[in-house]
Design a protein around this ligand. Structure first.
Ligand code: EPZ
Length: 420
């Protein structure tokens, strides 16, 4: 397993191009299964989860050919209907094939994802969405099996105890595209990735309205076809590099960002003392003075994203005051906390929140990555810490950030990958 070695304390400066959004690219790749045709999709981040989705599509009989950050996809051959455990256990987002396969073949069999590093993560809302369209859903031998002779439009509320679900909204939207009549999803997730998927599907001929609001309306169509599409920039990657500028008291220009999508992140950065200037092409993030404390509570979009909580916890660990960070969206999203404590942070976790008493410096240590965003938080802490930080299990960070060490190196960081 590879490790990162970081010599901390370097001020990061320069320009970085933000890659395409992983959490749009995954469902968009899966949704090509809906149609028998060819696609060209651009701005795909070359991260490990995308490679896993490629394997899922290939297992189903799809031709997938990458050229840099673009992919050519041919779904014209016969496609299978089963996503096996070996792949789904590596990446939960494999369940995105459920909706498209149900729509195209009238059946699908996808391994239940089970738990993951950030908690138990139920799929009841995905099942509710499929059932509402008239599909029969059963759980047999660890697999969700869905089948339907025909799908009909329906009115479904897709909201659970923790609010809307990005995955269930997208899966139900994909399954409903050819259903007879109109489907209305109430309590829909409003994340920019949901909008990106809807825009892609509309390019394929789907009739969708209301994406980006709590109510999405889909009118069934008979024909869908392939298309060319460009994925939006990754808002979480942009936020992570912005925190890197703040935590190293640096000055980084982020190009290829959509500022509207990261408003809640920018608001919190400003509260910590970051200076932000925008132009047509991107964002300049600068930090000169002390890091100020601030309180954060994660929420579905347009609220502050749970996928940025860990990175801000690292930043606030170095503030000159007390902050409280609350994150109740997933059960286990504080795995970075004990690791940051090993680096000298003063953090106290109580159920779904952390009390952070800022310290003047962190010191490099051996730490272990536990999930994608927790690993990003440890890299950020290591970049700011005094001395050497060694981060093991960095395959987690490779799931969602393309060539992260090379891009930090280009900004002046001393970070190396040790291959083992
Ligand atoms: C997506 O996960 C993202 N993953 C996650 O990003 C992100 O943290 C999450 O949305 C929230 O923004 C992808 O897009 C591939 P949800 P998803 O369904 O769709 C509950 C990252 O680091 N729920 O919106 O799986 C669930 O337990 C990752 O890039 C149900 O109760 O998340 C949670 O409390 C990690 N029943 C809440 O809804 C369900 O059937 C939101 O989850 C489904 C979800």
């Amino acid at each position: 397993m590879d490790k990162f070695i970081i010599e901390g304390g370097r001020r990061l400066e320069g320009r970085v191009d933000i890659k395409g959004a992983k959490n749009s690219a995954l469902p968009i790749l899966a949704s090509t299964l809906l149609v028998e045709d060819e696609f060209r999709i651009e701005n795909i981040p070359m991260v490990r989860d995308i490679v896993t989705m490629k394997k899922v599509l290939e297992t189903l009989g799809v031709l997938v050919s990458f050229n840099g950050n673009s992919v050519y996809i041919d779904t014209r051959g016969a496609v299978g209907y089963e996503a096996p455990y070996e792949l789904v256990k590596q990446m939960r987002a494999s369940y995105y094939v459920l909706g498209p396969l149900l729509s195209r073949l009238g059946r699908a069999r996808v391994s239940l994802p089970g738990g993951c590093a950030i908690g138990s993560r139920p799929v009841d809302l995905h099942i509710k969405g499929m059932r509402s369209l008239g599909a029969q859903v059963s759980v047999v031998h660890g697999y969700i099996e869905v089948c339907a002779d025909s799908l009909r439009g329906s009115h479904v509320l897709l909201e659970g105890a923790n609010g809307p679900s990005v995955g269930a909204t997208i899966n139900t939207m994909m399954a409903s595209l050819r259903a007879r009549g109109v489907t209305i999803i109430e309590g829909a997730a409003m994340e920019p990735e949901v909008v990106d998927v809807a825009n892609f599907l509309k390019r394929c001929g789907a009739n969708i309205q209301g994406e980006g609001t709590r109510r999405i309306e889909i009118r069934g169509v008979q024909k869908l076809s392939g298309c060319k599409y460009r994925i939006i920039p990754d808002r979480i990657e942009a936020g992570t590099f912005a925190v890197a500028a703040a935590i190293t008291k640096g000055d980084i220009y982020l190009s290829n960002v959509e500022c509207d999508c990261i408003e809640s992140i920018l608001t919190k950065l400003k509260e910590t003392g970051v200076i932000i200037s925008k132009d047509k092409r991107g964002l300049r993030i600068r930090m000169d003075g002390n890091i100020m404390p601030t309180d954060i509570e994660t929420a579905p979009y347009p609220g502050f994203p749970t996928d940025m909580q860990a990175q801000f916890t690292s930043l606030l660990a170095l503030s000159n005051g007390v902050s409280i960070v609350k994150d109740a969206i997933f059960e286990e999203r504080f795995m970075h906390v004990p690791e940051l404590v090993r680096m000298g942070a003063n953090l106290h976790q109580e159920s779904d929140y952390v009390i952070i008493k800022g310290v003047p410096y962190l010191s490099g240590a051996q730490v272990m990555a536990s999930d994608l965003r927790a690993s990003a938080a440890l890299v950020l802490a290591g970049l700011a810490a005094q001395g050497t930080t060694e981060i093991s299990r960095i395959y987690h960070i490779d799931r969602g950030y393309e060539s992260i060490e090379e891009r930090f190196q280009s900004l002046g960081a001393e970070i190396w990958r040790l291959k083992e």
